[in-house]
Each structure stands twice: as C-alpha cells, then as structure tokens.
Design a protein around this ligand. Structure first.
Ligand code: SAM
Length: 273
C-alpha cells in the first residue's frame, strides 16, 4: 500500500507528540485513522506523497503556518447555536441579577468559540435582557483554529444551522444574504459589534488578557486535554474570573480531582471562590 494512505507508527507518534506539545490535544492510539483521513486533503493540496513527507514539511516550515493548518485539521469544531441551552438560562439569570444590582460592565469569554455559534448565542442572550439605558457588555471569542475564527468574523451561516435559534430571535438578529447562489443567514451588526475575536491557544497559559470576566464558557474542549493541561488552563481562568464569577464547562466534562478553588452550583456550572 502506498505511504499516502498508510501512516507508519513512528510518523504517527511524532505527529501526535507535535500536536500535543503545540495544542495540548491528546490523540490516543485509536486516533490514527482519524489523523490519516484528516491530513489527506492537506497533503493533496501541498502535493506531498506521504505522511512522513508531511511531517518533514511541518517541521521545516519556519513561520508556523503549516502547524496552524495541522491543528486546524485535527481539531473537532462541532458546535451549534444554543447548545446545552440550560447554560444560557443560567446566563440570563446571572445577567439580570447583576444589572438589578447596578453593575455597568459585563464581560464574557467564549474560550473555544469554534465558528461563532457559542459567542453569538451569548450575545443574543444578553441583548435580549439588556436594560435601558444599556450597560457596557463585551464578549471575547477565542480559538486555536484560524479557519473557525474567520467563520466567526464572517458571521454567515447555513439556514439549517438556525434551527436551534428561537424564531423571534432569528428575525431580530439575522438577515438573509446570498452567497454563491445559496441563501444564507448573516448575523446583524448590533450583535456582531458585541463580539471580538482573537486566536488563543488554551494549552499555553498564562493568557494575555487582563480580565476580570464575569463568566467564562470553556465548553467541549477540555475533553481533548490531559489533567496537567486542564489544570494549568483552569488555574489561569480562575485568575481571570472576578470573585463570584462563573465557569461553564461542557456536560461531558468535569473539574473533579483537580483540586481547584471552584464550587459546583449546577450541572457544569462552577463559581469561582
Ligand atoms: C467541539 S468545539 C467546541 C465549541 C463550543 N465551545 C461548543 O461547546 O459548542 C472545540 C473547539 O476547541 C478548539 N480547540 C482545540 N484545541 C484548542 C486549544 N489548544 N486552544 C484553543 N482552542 C482549541 C477547536 O478548534 C474547536 O473549535
């Protein structure tokens, strides 16, 4: 079989070590087929004939562009608007509590934003509850993948993706747009203006932001990390949250055993001590 379709064990180990070192993403022994299939189109684009040549190409690429492409290829970007909706009910309650208490500034970080569905859901939830006069609300969206960050910025989605957005919010916050003859939906300006985007690797704390954040969403990304990487990133998130601020993780994830000063307030929602 040609080396373009087979990856030898040594190349797999070197690629997964590189991926771990640069992103914290752990690829178990069973992930060879996944890596193989995800790298195929990249190798075709580059005109490379095998995985070993690809590894050499990444290592030789001094400016790190190919490493970003590699991490783009291995990260799983599945997401949706209003995913795990109880988190947005929680956010609504916290925001209302804070505005009633007279807070004038509210900051949220979507720490693995993927293609934007999570930060725009946060923005819709907060705009829906905005008091009059409005307070200063900002959402920071970060991800390691440049591909998903450009989707975030473009803010154009297939209409199918809007199925999980309640219809009154759909008409308030999205407008129809045609892209290459296809009818799509674009996030309207007031919502887009609330969100800023930047590339950030969660496996390399301390993070450059100053904070403090009222809420951090770090959902469905820690599943790829080992306890050491998880603990380091959560320790820095603790620093960046205001005392009494909230950390929201995915329902399939947990902080147990890490010994960090967060207390569970409801499933997948923690308060910072
Ligand atoms: C499954 S998506 C989760 C999206 C969203 N938080 C949600 O729950 O719907 C995981 C995201 O984590 C990002 N990711 C993976 N490793 C990362 C790292 N080391 N630093 C930052 N983002 C990372 C991926 O690019 C991907 O967009």
């Amino acid at each position: 079989m040609s080396s373009a379709v087979e990856m030898d064990a040594g190349t797999f180990d070197r690629l997964r070590n590189l991926i771990y070192e640069r992103s914290g993403i752990t690829l178990g022994d069973g992930k060879k087929a996944l890596l193989t299939s995800r790298l195929q189109s990249r190798m075709r684009t580059l005109g490379l004939d095998g995985y070993r040549s690809y590894l050499e190409y990444v290592l030789a690429d001094g400016n790190g562009d190919e490493l970003i492409e590699l991490l783009d290829a291995v990260s799983t970007n599945v997401t949706s608007f209003f995913r795990e909706p109880q988190h947005f009910h929680f956010l609504t309650r916290d925001f209302n509590r804070q505005t009633k208490a007279g807070v004038k500034r509210y900051r949220v970080w979507s720490a693995a934003s993927s293609s934007g569905e999570e930060p725009y859901t946060i923005a819709m939830t907060l705009l829906e509850q905005m008091p009059a006069p409005p307070i200063d609300v900002k959402i920071l969206a970060t991800d390691i993948s440049t591909r998903v960050l450009s989707a975030c910025k473009e803010a154009v989605y297939e209409r199918e993706k809007l199925k999980t957005v309640p219809s009154e919010l759909r008409s308030r916050f999205f407008e129809p747009v045609e892209v290459d003859g296809q009818r799509m939906a674009r996030v309207k300006d007031p919502l887009r203006r609330m969100v800023s985007f930047t590339r950030l690797n969660l496996s390399t704390p301390p993070f450059p932001m100053k904070g403090p954040f009222d809420v951090i969403f770090c959902r469905n990304v820690m599943i790829y990390f080992d306890p050491q990487v998880k603990k380091a990133l959560l320790t820095d998130m603790h620093r960046l949250l205001r005392p009494g601020g909230f950390l929201i993780i995915g329902h399939a994830e947990s902080l147990s055993g890490l010994g960090l000063p967060f207390s569970l307030v409801e499933p997948a929602v923690y308060v910072r001590a």
